[in-house]
Design a protein around this ligand. Structure first.
Ligand SMILES: [Zn+2]
Length: 337
């Protein structure tokens, strides 16, 4: 919905993620000479390579040499890496189908998402970076909460999915790549997206693009007649946020994204909520907001807490991920906030 976070901070989190996945031994093991712990991806990959036909050794060496890049590179660079990986394969085997036949085994033995997500006693340690994102609503739909809670053992249980923007069955080497893991709700990840492909040139990416900066929710002016004329139905539309126009490249990607995640139909299930917002828009005028500021200023820690209280949601662009439907609320209220 809104670009998740500042890119410089993301790069630091991506590097931490790589080191957490690949902890180094303080001293190389005297017997094996290994410099990574057994459970690192480096070790899993070299152990897996030993079980393969030696003619593929150069390919696995290449893959291991790129592990850090694979884990920390932003999405566009990941696609370049994918091409490089295929090219390296073609140097040892002229058939790409043979590489595809390996995908499942790479996912089971090397890039093991399930153990990263669930296998650890406290899996949230592995996605410590999630806490830094301060993400409480799904970045795809902004309709559902995402969070984690302490369970009875005191460990954290993740109550959200990590969507693979580039599906792991097609890009197994990106199954644990930082920028390919999008914290999201189960509905968006499993029910709507499934294993379908998203494409950067067609769809937005939550780490790269800012849906809020590109698109504005709107109800046409005649919708306000809904309170006086029973025949009028509430309609929600999405418009390019000025100065963008409907031919803007990113707006077209945002529309594709909107359709891909079935957001038109999903948001149409919230017409009752939109109706309440429209009522509030009529009742809570700018004058009323100013009066509250004057009379109860000390009750609120910051000026935006007044519209948050009135409209029941966060209203600043940078707070869209704090609560479900915050983007919708902000957009429909922003002319009077
Ligand atoms: Zn969602």
């Amino acid at each position: 919905m809104r670009k998740i976070i500042d890119f410089n901070l993301l790069d630091g989190l991506a590097k931490d993620h790589y080191h957490r996945l690949n902890p180094k031994l303080v001293k190389p093991d005297r017997n094996t000479g290994r410099i990574y712990y057994d459970y690192s991806i480096h070790n899993k990959l070299s152990e897996f390579a030993k079980t393969q036909n030696p003619i593929y050794a150069p390919f696995y060496s290449f893959l291991e040499s790129k592990l850090e890049e694979i884990t920390i590179s932003p999405p566009i660079q990941l696609l370049d890496l994918h091409k490089n990986i295929q090219e390296e394969w073609l140097k040892v085997d002229s058939c790409l189908k043979n590489l595809e036949a390996l995908h499942g085994r790479l996912l089971e033995n090397v890039f093991i998402y399930e153990s990263f997500r669930n296998g650890n006693k406290d899996s949230s340690r592995n996605i410590k970076w999630f806490q830094s994102l301060n993400l409480k609503a799904c970045p795809y739909c902004n309709r559902n909460w995402i969070s984690f809670v302490k369970n009875s053992n005191g460990n954290n249980t993740l109550l959200f999915d990590l969507d693979h923007y580039f599906p792991k069955y097609k890009y197994p080497w990106f199954a644990l790549s930082f920028y390919n893991l999008i914290p999201s709700c189960t509905i968006c990840n499993q029910r709507i997206k499934g294993s379908e492909d998203l494409f950067l040139d067609l769809h937005l990416h939550p780490y790269l693009d800012d849906f809020d900066d590109i698109v504005k929710f709107n109800v046409p002016a005649e919708t306000l007649d809904v309170f006086f004329d029973k025949k009028v139905k509430i309609e929600l539309e999405i418009l390019p946020r000025p100065p963008r126009t409907s031919s803007d490249k990113d707006f077209i990607r945002a529309i594709e994204f909107y359709q891909f995640f079935n957001l038109k139909n999903l948001y149409d299930t919230h017409l009752d909520y939109i109706r309440e917002l429209l009522q509030k828009r009529i009742v809570y005028s700018q004058k009323y907001v100013n009066q509250l500021k004057e009379n109860y200023g000390e009750l609120f820690q910051s000026p935006d807490e007044i519209p948050r209280m009135l409209f029941g949601n966060y209203v600043l662009p940078e707070q869209i991920h704090e609560r479900p439907l915050a983007k919708l609320t902000k957009d429909l209220m922003e002319d009077i906030i």
